[in-house]
Design a protein around this ligand. Sequence first.
Ligand code: FMN
Ligand code: SF4
Ligand code: SF4
Length: 295
Amino acid sequence: MVFYFTGTGNSLYAAMTIGAPLQSIPQVLRSGKLDFTAETIGIVAPVYGHEIPPMVKEFLRKARFHTPYFFMVLTYGNRHGGAAELAQQLCQDCGIQHSYINVLLMVDNWLPSFDMEEQMRLDKQVDAHLAQIAADIAARKHWIAPVSESDRAAHREFLARSAQMPAGAWQHLIQVSDRCIGCGICQRVCPTSSIKVRDGRAIPIPGNCQTCLFCVHNCPQMAIGLTIPEKNAKARYRNEHITLAQIIRANEQTDPSGSCESPDQTRPGTRPAGPTACSPLYPDEPVTRRPAACP
Ligand SMILES: Cc1cc2nc3c(=O)[nH]c(=O)nc-3n(C[C@H](O)[C@H](O)[C@H](O)COP(=O)(O)O)c2cc1C
Ligand code: SF4
Ligand code: SF4
Protein backbone atom coordinates (compact mmCIF):
# COMPACT_ATOMS: atom_id res chain seq x y z
CA MET A 1 0.00 0.00 0.00
CA VAL A 2 1.60 3.26 -1.15
CA PHE A 3 0.21 6.70 -0.27
CA TYR A 4 1.28 9.64 -2.42
CA PHE A 5 0.97 13.42 -2.73
CA THR A 6 1.72 15.05 -6.08
CA GLY A 7 1.18 18.22 -8.09
CA THR A 8 3.46 17.84 -11.08
CA GLY A 9 3.61 14.06 -11.10
CA ASN A 10 7.15 13.32 -9.87
CA SER A 11 5.99 11.67 -6.66
CA LEU A 12 3.19 9.78 -8.43
CA TYR A 13 5.65 8.43 -11.00
CA ALA A 14 7.97 7.34 -8.19
CA ALA A 15 5.08 5.76 -6.27
CA MET A 16 3.89 3.88 -9.37
CA THR A 17 7.38 2.51 -9.94
CA ILE A 18 7.79 1.41 -6.33
CA GLY A 19 4.55 -0.45 -5.81
CA ALA A 20 0.80 -0.79 -5.54
CA PRO A 21 -1.97 -0.35 -4.55
CA LEU A 22 -1.72 3.43 -4.68
CA GLN A 23 -3.80 5.86 -2.66
CA SER A 24 -3.81 9.64 -2.91
CA ILE A 25 -3.28 11.39 0.43
CA PRO A 26 -5.77 14.26 -0.26
CA GLN A 27 -8.46 11.70 -1.15
CA VAL A 28 -7.75 9.42 1.80
CA LEU A 29 -7.79 12.38 4.20
CA ARG A 30 -11.14 13.45 2.77
CA SER A 31 -12.57 9.94 3.23
CA GLY A 32 -11.80 10.08 6.94
CA LYS A 33 -10.93 6.35 7.01
CA LEU A 34 -7.44 6.46 8.41
CA ASP A 35 -6.69 3.02 9.83
CA PHE A 36 -4.47 0.88 7.62
CA THR A 37 -3.06 -2.64 7.87
CA ALA A 38 -0.70 -4.11 5.26
CA GLU A 39 2.55 -6.06 4.93
CA THR A 40 4.18 -2.91 3.50
CA ILE A 41 3.04 0.70 3.85
CA GLY A 42 4.81 3.59 2.16
CA ILE A 43 4.58 7.35 1.65
CA VAL A 44 5.89 9.06 -1.49
CA ALA A 45 5.75 12.86 -1.41
CA PRO A 46 7.68 15.97 -2.43
CA VAL A 47 10.00 17.93 -0.16
CA TYR A 48 8.71 21.43 0.67
CA GLY A 49 11.18 23.59 2.58
CA HIS A 50 13.25 20.48 3.42
CA GLU A 51 10.21 18.80 5.01
CA ILE A 52 7.18 16.90 3.87
CA PRO A 53 4.22 19.08 2.78
CA PRO A 54 1.72 20.20 5.46
CA MET A 55 -1.03 17.91 4.13
CA VAL A 56 1.26 14.88 4.33
CA LYS A 57 2.22 15.83 7.89
CA GLU A 58 -1.48 16.04 8.73
CA PHE A 59 -1.98 12.57 7.27
CA LEU A 60 0.87 11.09 9.32
CA ARG A 61 -0.46 12.69 12.50
CA LYS A 62 -4.04 11.47 11.98
CA ALA A 63 -3.56 7.99 10.44
CA ARG A 64 -2.85 4.70 12.19
CA PHE A 65 -0.55 2.29 10.36
CA HIS A 66 -0.28 -1.40 11.25
CA THR A 67 2.63 -2.83 9.30
CA PRO A 68 5.96 -4.53 9.88
CA TYR A 69 7.57 -2.40 7.12
CA PHE A 70 6.95 1.39 6.78
CA PHE A 71 8.91 3.39 4.19
CA MET A 72 9.09 6.97 2.94
CA VAL A 73 10.49 8.25 -0.36
CA LEU A 74 10.77 12.03 -0.65
CA THR A 75 11.22 13.59 -4.08
CA TYR A 76 13.11 16.88 -4.28
CA GLY A 77 14.66 19.06 -6.95
CA ASN A 78 17.76 20.75 -5.70
CA ARG A 79 18.62 20.42 -2.00
CA HIS A 80 16.88 18.09 0.44
CA GLY A 81 18.28 19.89 3.50
CA GLY A 82 18.19 16.80 5.69
CA ALA A 83 14.64 15.84 4.69
CA ALA A 84 15.15 12.19 5.67
CA GLU A 85 16.23 13.11 9.19
CA LEU A 86 13.35 15.58 9.56
CA ALA A 87 10.89 12.93 8.33
CA GLN A 88 12.41 10.42 10.74
CA GLN A 89 11.80 12.86 13.61
CA LEU A 90 8.21 13.36 12.47
CA CYS A 91 7.64 9.59 12.37
CA GLN A 92 8.95 9.34 15.93
CA ASP A 93 6.69 12.18 17.06
CA CYS A 94 3.71 10.40 15.46
CA GLY A 95 4.60 7.02 16.95
CA ILE A 96 5.32 5.51 13.53
CA GLN A 97 7.91 2.73 13.46
CA HIS A 98 9.81 3.48 10.23
CA SER A 99 12.08 1.07 8.36
CA TYR A 100 13.35 3.00 5.36
CA ILE A 101 13.50 6.70 4.38
CA ASN A 102 15.17 7.85 1.18
CA VAL A 103 15.28 10.96 -1.01
CA LEU A 104 15.05 11.09 -4.81
CA LEU A 105 16.34 13.96 -6.97
CA MET A 106 13.88 14.91 -9.77
CA VAL A 107 12.81 18.04 -11.67
CA ASP A 108 12.49 21.03 -9.33
CA ASN A 109 9.04 22.57 -9.79
CA TRP A 110 9.57 25.67 -7.60
CA LEU A 111 8.97 28.42 -10.16
CA PRO A 112 10.54 31.39 -8.32
CA SER A 113 13.95 29.70 -8.40
CA PHE A 114 13.92 27.39 -11.41
CA ASP A 115 13.24 27.57 -15.14
CA MET A 116 11.24 24.47 -16.04
CA GLU A 117 12.79 24.31 -19.51
CA GLU A 118 16.28 24.17 -17.97
CA GLN A 119 15.17 21.67 -15.34
CA MET A 120 13.74 19.31 -17.96
CA ARG A 121 17.02 19.36 -19.86
CA LEU A 122 19.04 18.20 -16.83
CA ASP A 123 19.82 14.52 -16.51
CA LYS A 124 19.24 13.80 -12.82
CA GLN A 125 19.59 10.01 -13.28
CA VAL A 126 16.04 9.60 -11.96
CA ASP A 127 15.30 6.14 -13.31
CA ALA A 128 18.55 4.58 -12.10
CA HIS A 129 18.06 5.93 -8.59
CA LEU A 130 14.38 5.03 -8.60
CA ALA A 131 15.16 1.45 -9.65
CA GLN A 132 17.60 1.22 -6.73
CA ILE A 133 14.98 2.52 -4.30
CA ALA A 134 12.34 0.11 -5.64
CA ALA A 135 14.81 -2.78 -5.25
CA ASP A 136 15.64 -1.69 -1.68
CA ILE A 137 11.97 -1.64 -0.74
CA ALA A 138 11.26 -4.98 -2.46
CA ALA A 139 14.12 -6.43 -0.39
CA ARG A 140 12.68 -4.75 2.75
CA LYS A 141 15.93 -2.97 3.42
CA HIS A 142 16.26 -0.97 6.65
CA TRP A 143 18.01 2.34 5.98
CA ILE A 144 17.77 6.12 6.42
CA ALA A 145 19.43 8.43 3.85
CA PRO A 146 22.47 10.13 5.39
CA VAL A 147 22.32 13.81 6.34
CA SER A 148 25.35 16.11 6.49
CA GLU A 149 26.11 19.03 8.80
CA SER A 150 25.72 21.43 5.88
CA ASP A 151 22.22 20.03 5.24
CA ARG A 152 21.33 20.71 8.87
CA ALA A 153 22.82 24.21 8.69
CA ALA A 154 20.83 24.96 5.53
CA HIS A 155 17.64 23.96 7.30
CA ARG A 156 18.46 26.03 10.39
CA GLU A 157 19.08 29.05 8.19
CA PHE A 158 15.80 28.45 6.37
CA LEU A 159 13.90 28.27 9.67
CA ALA A 160 15.51 31.49 10.89
CA ARG A 161 14.47 33.31 7.71
CA SER A 162 10.97 31.83 7.83
CA ALA A 163 10.51 33.13 11.37
CA GLN A 164 10.85 36.69 10.06
CA MET A 165 7.95 36.29 7.63
CA PRO A 166 4.61 37.98 8.34
CA ALA A 167 1.91 35.40 9.15
CA GLY A 168 -0.12 34.43 6.09
CA ALA A 169 2.20 36.09 3.57
CA TRP A 170 2.32 33.00 1.38
CA GLN A 171 -1.45 32.94 1.14
CA HIS A 172 -1.16 35.53 -1.63
CA LEU A 173 1.39 33.82 -3.85
CA ILE A 174 -0.77 33.20 -6.93
CA GLN A 175 -2.67 35.49 -9.28
CA VAL A 176 -4.92 34.84 -12.28
CA SER A 177 -4.55 36.75 -15.55
CA ASP A 178 -7.01 37.66 -18.29
CA ARG A 179 -5.94 34.54 -20.18
CA CYS A 180 -8.24 32.51 -17.87
CA ILE A 181 -11.07 30.85 -19.83
CA GLY A 182 -12.85 29.44 -16.78
CA CYS A 183 -12.16 25.79 -17.66
CA GLY A 184 -11.97 24.78 -13.98
CA ILE A 185 -8.84 22.61 -14.20
CA CYS A 186 -7.08 24.65 -11.48
CA GLN A 187 -10.02 24.02 -9.16
CA ARG A 188 -9.86 20.30 -9.87
CA VAL A 189 -6.13 19.89 -9.22
CA CYS A 190 -6.17 21.94 -5.99
CA PRO A 191 -6.03 19.64 -2.94
CA THR A 192 -7.51 22.25 -0.57
CA SER A 193 -10.22 24.02 -2.60
CA SER A 194 -8.13 27.17 -2.55
CA ILE A 195 -8.98 28.29 -6.08
CA LYS A 196 -12.49 28.32 -7.56
CA VAL A 197 -14.14 29.35 -10.79
CA ARG A 198 -16.86 31.95 -10.41
CA ASP A 199 -18.53 33.75 -13.31
CA GLY A 200 -16.14 32.17 -15.78
CA ARG A 201 -12.93 33.11 -14.05
CA ALA A 202 -10.68 31.47 -11.47
CA ILE A 203 -10.37 33.19 -8.09
CA PRO A 204 -7.68 32.31 -5.53
CA ILE A 205 -9.07 31.79 -2.02
CA PRO A 206 -6.44 32.54 0.62
CA GLY A 207 -6.47 30.78 3.97
CA ASN A 208 -5.52 27.18 3.34
CA CYS A 209 -3.36 27.46 0.21
CA GLN A 210 -0.48 24.99 0.39
CA THR A 211 1.61 27.04 -2.10
CA CYS A 212 2.07 23.74 -3.90
CA LEU A 213 1.72 25.41 -7.35
CA PHE A 214 -0.41 22.48 -8.60
CA CYS A 215 -2.86 24.98 -10.15
CA VAL A 216 -0.06 27.05 -11.67
CA HIS A 217 1.67 24.16 -13.41
CA ASN A 218 -1.52 22.49 -14.65
CA CYS A 219 -3.42 25.50 -16.06
CA PRO A 220 -3.65 24.82 -19.82
CA GLN A 221 -3.75 28.56 -20.58
CA MET A 222 -0.77 29.43 -18.36
CA ALA A 223 -3.17 31.96 -16.84
CA ILE A 224 -1.93 31.53 -13.27
CA GLY A 225 1.25 33.29 -12.30
CA LEU A 226 2.99 34.32 -9.12
CA THR A 227 2.94 37.61 -7.24
CA ILE A 228 6.74 37.37 -6.99
CA PRO A 229 9.21 37.08 -9.89
CA GLU A 230 9.47 33.74 -11.70
CA LYS A 231 12.51 32.33 -13.45
CA ASN A 232 10.50 31.66 -16.61
CA ALA A 233 6.83 32.61 -16.55
CA LYS A 234 6.31 30.87 -19.91
CA ALA A 235 7.41 27.42 -18.75
CA ARG A 236 5.36 24.96 -16.77
CA TYR A 237 6.01 21.32 -15.90
CA ARG A 238 4.33 17.96 -15.57
CA ASN A 239 6.23 14.68 -15.31
CA GLU A 240 6.35 13.05 -18.75
CA HIS A 241 4.89 9.75 -17.45
CA ILE A 242 1.86 11.32 -15.78
CA THR A 243 -1.36 12.71 -17.29
CA LEU A 244 -3.46 15.65 -16.22
CA ALA A 245 -6.31 13.20 -15.50
CA GLN A 246 -4.11 11.42 -12.97
CA ILE A 247 -3.28 14.70 -11.22
CA ILE A 248 -6.98 15.56 -11.11
CA ARG A 249 -7.92 12.15 -9.71
CA ALA A 250 -5.26 12.54 -7.04
CA ASN A 251 -6.36 15.94 -5.81
CA GLU A 252 -9.92 16.87 -6.77
CA GLN A 253 -12.04 17.97 -3.81
CA THR A 254 -15.71 18.80 -3.67
CA ASP A 255 -16.72 21.73 -1.56
CA PRO A 256 -19.88 20.77 0.35
CA SER A 257 -20.76 24.42 0.96
CA GLY A 258 -20.23 25.40 -2.66
CA SER A 259 -18.97 28.63 -1.17
CA CYS A 260 -16.39 30.91 -2.68
CA GLU A 261 -15.93 32.79 0.61
CA SER A 262 -12.38 33.08 1.81
CA PRO A 263 -11.60 31.03 4.93
CA ASP A 264 -9.06 33.76 5.64
CA GLN A 265 -10.24 35.60 8.78
CA THR A 266 -8.45 38.79 7.77
CA ARG A 267 -10.61 41.90 8.19
CA PRO A 268 -10.87 44.36 5.27
CA GLY A 269 -7.95 46.72 5.33
CA THR A 270 -5.75 44.34 7.33
CA ARG A 271 -4.87 41.94 4.56
CA PRO A 272 -1.45 40.47 5.35
CA ALA A 273 1.38 41.51 3.08
CA GLY A 274 1.97 39.12 0.20
CA PRO A 275 5.25 37.32 -0.24
CA THR A 276 8.21 39.22 -1.54
CA ALA A 277 11.09 37.98 -3.62
CA CYS A 278 13.07 37.53 -0.40
CA SER A 279 10.41 35.65 1.55
CA PRO A 280 11.68 32.17 2.30
CA LEU A 281 9.46 29.21 1.50
CA TYR A 282 11.79 27.41 -0.80
CA PRO A 283 15.06 27.45 1.15
CA ASP A 284 17.69 27.80 -1.55
CA GLU A 285 16.56 30.73 -3.63
CA PRO A 286 19.55 32.33 -5.30
CA VAL A 287 20.70 35.20 -3.12
CA THR A 288 21.46 37.33 -6.17
CA ARG A 289 17.77 37.53 -7.03
CA ARG A 290 16.81 39.11 -3.72
CA PRO A 291 16.46 42.87 -3.34
CA ALA A 292 19.10 44.57 -1.19
CA ALA A 293 16.60 45.14 1.63
CA CYS A 294 15.99 41.42 2.09
CA PRO A 295 17.36 39.66 5.18
C1 FMN B 1 6.42 24.89 -1.98
C2 FMN B 1 7.57 24.08 -2.53
C3 FMN B 1 8.72 23.94 -1.78
C4 FMN B 1 9.79 23.16 -2.27
N1 FMN B 1 10.89 23.00 -1.47
C5 FMN B 1 11.92 22.27 -1.93
C6 FMN B 1 13.10 22.11 -1.12
O1 FMN B 1 13.19 22.54 0.03
N2 FMN B 1 14.16 21.44 -1.66
C7 FMN B 1 14.12 20.89 -2.92
O2 FMN B 1 15.11 20.32 -3.35
N3 FMN B 1 12.98 20.97 -3.69
C8 FMN B 1 11.88 21.66 -3.22
N4 FMN B 1 10.75 21.77 -4.00
C9 FMN B 1 10.68 21.03 -5.30
C10 FMN B 1 9.86 19.73 -5.19
O3 FMN B 1 10.17 19.04 -3.97
C11 FMN B 1 10.13 18.75 -6.35
O4 FMN B 1 10.04 19.37 -7.58
C12 FMN B 1 9.18 17.54 -6.27
O5 FMN B 1 9.73 16.46 -6.96
C13 FMN B 1 7.80 17.83 -6.83
O6 FMN B 1 7.00 16.68 -6.66
P1 FMN B 1 5.61 16.46 -7.43
O7 FMN B 1 5.88 16.55 -8.91
O8 FMN B 1 5.18 15.10 -7.02
O9 FMN B 1 4.64 17.51 -6.98
C14 FMN B 1 9.69 22.53 -3.55
C15 FMN B 1 8.53 22.70 -4.32
C16 FMN B 1 7.47 23.48 -3.82
C17 FMN B 1 6.23 23.63 -4.66
S1 SF4 C 1 -7.08 26.26 -15.21
FE1 SF4 C 1 -6.39 28.26 -15.96
S2 SF4 C 1 -7.82 28.79 -17.62
FE2 SF4 C 1 -8.75 27.11 -16.45
S3 SF4 C 1 -10.04 28.17 -14.93
FE3 SF4 C 1 -8.07 27.84 -13.94
S4 SF4 C 1 -6.91 29.71 -14.33
FE4 SF4 C 1 -8.63 29.71 -15.74
S1 SF4 D 1 -4.57 27.35 -4.88
FE1 SF4 D 1 -2.83 26.99 -3.51
S2 SF4 D 1 -3.24 24.94 -2.65
FE2 SF4 D 1 -4.52 25.16 -4.47
S3 SF4 D 1 -3.32 24.25 -6.12
FE3 SF4 D 1 -2.93 26.47 -6.16
S4 SF4 D 1 -1.07 26.74 -4.92
FE4 SF4 D 1 -1.88 24.67 -4.44
